[in-house]
Design a protein around this ligand. Structure first.
Ligand code: UT7
Length: 333
């Protein structure tokens, strides 16, 4: 591979969460479940739920404004907006175009990207490429999902797991050897049926029948996804570390996809890392899909968990099936 001459780094982060909290005890009154089951099987205690009038672009704009303020970048300076989501406001126009308009980022190209819960890692990689190639100077990457909008609230297998939120980062060139040091992305389409929203696309367009059969909601074979996740999180993180020329011992902070504490623990074990090395907020937010990694990243930064020069590993898995990991040398003061 040719030597890399430009490096892309995160120069600002932001996040947005709906105010409404739905606890496990609230769910006990909705489906046949218990706080005890949800806590011990997943680690989740509560999640946020967006109001009826709130859509992906609303949370995205809030998170993006925070990330822009944190980076000191003005909306007009943004060259590209990528929104990773599986719950866009509408299939078209893209949520990224709605965000561009509301931010006043007039000079920016904009598009959405879907890779299930791995969407943010994929979008980070795309943004990185545009900066490393010299095409763009400032890229806004948003991970947003409002999975509560596509849940079947009668299905206890899925409705207890997910929450809503958005996270954003601003990418820009950083000195060589800083910022995103490596990226590892993967997909296995044979696992598609394990996690799917069957209707609403060109395969099964919306009809009275699809609505009656609740085919516009998440259908998941949880145990199969669990087995895949337990294997892939550790594998992906190790592959990204190898590409960055780093060892497990070099990891200062791991920010994993926040789906299930047992999956996070398995990844920590595989990597030989102690629990303090992982940032976990799934107890408060549940699984926020594309938003989970960037929201955790923003909280970790605000809590002072990231020091300049730290080696950070971001890692996720999701529908597709997809997976991705990135090693980032933290370049913010
Ligand atoms: O971002 C990617 C999105 N997906 C995931 O991350 C999901 C990955 N999978 C998981 O996290 C876990 O598989 C779950 C949390 C979904 C399920 O945990 P599990 O330990 O794999 O449970 P299970 O599916 O093997 O189910 C065990 C039992 C079943 O009852 P029976 O058949 O043994 O009688 C379920 O019906 O638990 C039952 N169950 C529940 N009980 C109370 C399933 N959901 C619930 C519930 N409350 N909410």
């Amino acid at each position: 591979m040719p030597a890399q001459s430009r490096y892309a780094g995160i120069i600002g982060t932001g996040s947005a969460l709906p105010d409404r909290v739905l606890t496990n005890f609230d769910l006990e009154r909705m489906v046949d479940t218990s706080d005890e089951w949800i806590r011990t099987r997943t680690g989740i205690r509560e999640r946020r739920v967006a109001g009826e009038d709130v859509a992906a672009s609303d949370l995205s704009v809030e998170a993006a404004r925070e990330a822009l303020a944190n980076s000191g970048v003005a909306p007009e300076e943004i060259d590209l907006i990528i929104v990773a989501t599986v719950t866009p406001d509408t299939l078209f126009p893209s949520t990224a175009c709605l965000v561009q308009e509301r931010l006043g980022a007039k000079g920016a190209a904009a598009f959405d990207l879907a890779a299930g819960c791995t969407g943010f890692l994929y979008a980070l990689g795309v943004g990185q490429q545009f900066i490393c190639s010299g095409t763009y100077e400032k890229v806004l990457v948003v991970g947003v999902d409002l999975l509560t909008k596509i849940l079947n609230w009668e299905d206890r297998n899925t409705c207890v797991l997910f929450g809503d939120g958005a996270g954003a980062v601003v990418l820009a060139p950083v000195p060589p050897g800083e910022g995103i040091l490596s990226l590892y992305l993967g997909a296995d389409g044979s696992g598609g049926p394990l996690l799917v929203m069957p209707a609403g696309g060109s395969r099964l367009p919306a009809s009275r029948d699809t609505v009656d059969r609740k085919l516009h909601t998440i259908h998941m074979q949880g145990r199969e996804v669990f087995k895949f996740a337990v294997r892939i999180l550790g594998e992906a993180a190790l592959a990204a570390l190898e590409r960055a020329g780093l060892q497990k011992e070099d990891v200062d902070l791991l920010i994993p996809h926040q789906a299930n504490i047992r999956i996070v623990e398995a990844a920590l074990k595989r990597l030989g890392l102690s629990p303090e090395k992982a940032y976990v907020n799934l107890d408060r937010y549940g699984n926020m899909s594309s938003a989970s990694v960037p929201v955790a990243l923003d909280e970790a930064r605000r809590e002072g968990r990231l020091q300049k020069g730290d080696n950070l590993v971001l890692v996720s898995f999701g529908a597709g099936l997809t997976w991705g990991a990135a090693v980032v040398k933290w370049s913010m003061d």
